[in-house]
Write a protein that binds this ligand. Structure first.
Ligand code: HEC
Length: 117
């Protein structure tokens, strides 16, 4: 009985994990990269041409973030749940209208900066 329950839980959890990793690991297509590039023009004003600046001298240098961390941070800003330097609401205002998909392609795009330098 207990064993069945444990096995069931393992199946459920591994299922969930696979879904999220797959979703996050898909690299951008050419079209998605072009879209991400266009969206990123909004960000360049504060974060630098290649995400190499500390925005308003407070943020981290986002070019060093992994794709995963970028998705996490942007999703939290979208939900008004991140505020590390008291500028969380500023980021929320900028990110709010972006879809989950926009965030995914943006994260992929930004996370590739460091390797392109
Ligand atoms: C008006 C300036 C400004 C613009 C434009 C802007 N940001 Fe930010 N960003 C900030 C500030 C300031 C912070 C720090 C927010 C806080 O207090 O948590 C930040 C934080 C971040 C972080 C987390 C870094 C950290 O230090 O926690 C990411 C990732 C990020 N921005 C991505 C973006 C993306 C992607 C865009 C474009 C869609 C964008 N930002 C546009 C100013 C800006």
């Amino acid at each position: 009985m207990q064993l069945t329950l444990i096995l069931l839980l393992i199946v459920i959890f591994s299922g969930c994990e696979n879904k999220t990793t797959n979703f996050k690991n898909i690299p951008n297509t050419q079209t998605e990269n072009e879209k991400a590039k266009e969206i990123f023009t909004i960000c360049q004003r504060c974060h630098g041409i290649k995400g190499e600046k500390s925005a308003l001298n407070v943020s981290d240098i986002i070019a060093y973030y992994s794709k995963n961390d970028l998705i996490k941070a942007l999703t939290l800003y979208k939900k008004s749940k991140r505020d590390r330097h008291r500028f969380g609401s500023l980021m929320t205002g900028i990110i709010r209208d972006l879809s989950k998909d926009d965030i995914r392609i943006l994260a992929d795009y930004i996370s590739n900066f460091k390797t392109k330098n």
